[in-house]
Write a protein that binds this ligand. Structure first.
Ligand code: SF4
Length: 307
């Protein structure tokens, strides 16, 4: 029988290069996530393996000891948010039952702050709610920032789990926001400090595009949408490329915008009579402008992008 002796934690940490301490960024006290968000880039496993409170304390104090032996400061050598740890990778840190202990260890033992990013947590769990309340009341200064990711892809929002529902998810989220409100206000609202990020699917629809010329004008039709070039011509669909962004971070286009008339109608046929009536404001069939207003139709300048 072969026996392999695994070095103790302290010796394993002593074997690590300096950068493992000074460039440390992700220190997650759990792996796996039961939220099963459809968009999860980490493909988090459904089983959650968290550190116990004792295990977390033992690991963090040993890490700090070994860093001190070598005169290294945790996370001090990073350009991006130095001295700040990210306690999440393929886990949702707000569901970690010892987050308050993590915060206290971060502050008192490692001398760092940390960020929280979460899709929310079960405010109905009294122990977990107590952890968050303590974090807000007593340990808020350890938080560098917090982000609530509000998305329809979590198991709670989708109501895909036993006993889960959209209603319960919404109530939990509302309770979490109410709990964190004083801390969010203190951190200051902003993407890097305290934010709610809405992660919903873009309002995109798919449909067949008809790219044609009618009555001497370029016309595009897709579903109920009709775009009619205001300038006559027989040019094909103009190609426009975004060359970059200007000083106001607005796109700089490779060609001038082309003015098109945009109308929405379920009944207007795609023919010369519709085009002429639309351009002269005499279309009698039911239609509306893109912003929902009834006629008169709106003229828009569209950068038609095609690659
Ligand atoms: S909560 Fe975060 S870690 Fe968990 S599945 Fe969703 S995106 Fe992934």
């Amino acid at each position: 029988m072969t026996t392999t002796a695994v070095p103790g934690l302290r010796d394993q940490l002593r074997d690590l290069p300096e950068e493992a301490f000074t460039r440390l960024q992700y220190l997650a006290p759990a792996v796996g996530c039961f939220n099963r968000c459809a968009f999860c880039s980490q493909a988090a496993g459904r089983d959650v393996w968290p550190f116990t409170e004792h295990g977390l304390t033992a690991f963090v104090t040993t890490l700090a000891d070994v860093a001190a032996e070598r005169d290294l400061q945790i996370a001090s050598g990073r350009i991006h948010r130095p001295r700040v740890l990210f306690p999440y990778l393929d886990n949702d840190i707000a569901s970690y039952p010892h987050l308050d202990t993590y915060a206290a260890l971060a502050r008192d033992v490692l001398g760092v702050r940390f960020r929280v990013s979460t899709v929310g947590y079960s405010a109905r769990s009294e122990p977990l709610q107590a952890v968050h309340q303590r974090l807000v009341n007593e340990l808020g200064d350890v938080l560098d920032g917090i982000r609530f990711s509000i998305s329809p892809y979590t198991i709670g929002y989708a109501g895909r789990g036993v006993g889960m529902s959209r209603q319960a998810y919404s109530e939990d989220l509302a309770a979490a926001l109410a709990t964190y409100r004083p801390l969010l206000d203190r951190l200051g609202h902003g993407a890097a400090t305290a934010a709610c990020e809405l992660r919903f699917a873009p309002l995109l629809g798919l449909g067949e595009l008809i790219d044609t010329h009618i009555d001497g004008r370029h016309v595009l039709s897709c579903g109920p949408h009709l775009l009619i070039a205001l300038q006559p011509g027989h040019e094909p669909l103009p190609e426009t490329i975004i060359d970059g962004l200007d000083e106001r971070t607005q796109p700089v286009l490779s060609r001038p915008r082309a003015p098109y008339l945009h109308l929405i109608s379920d009944t207007a046929p795609l023919d010369a009579a519709t085009v002429r009536a639309a351009l002269t404001g005499t279309l009698v069939l039911p239609h509306r402008a893109p912003d929902g207003a009834a006629a008169p139709l709106q003229q828009r300048r569209w950068p038609l992008l095609r690659r």
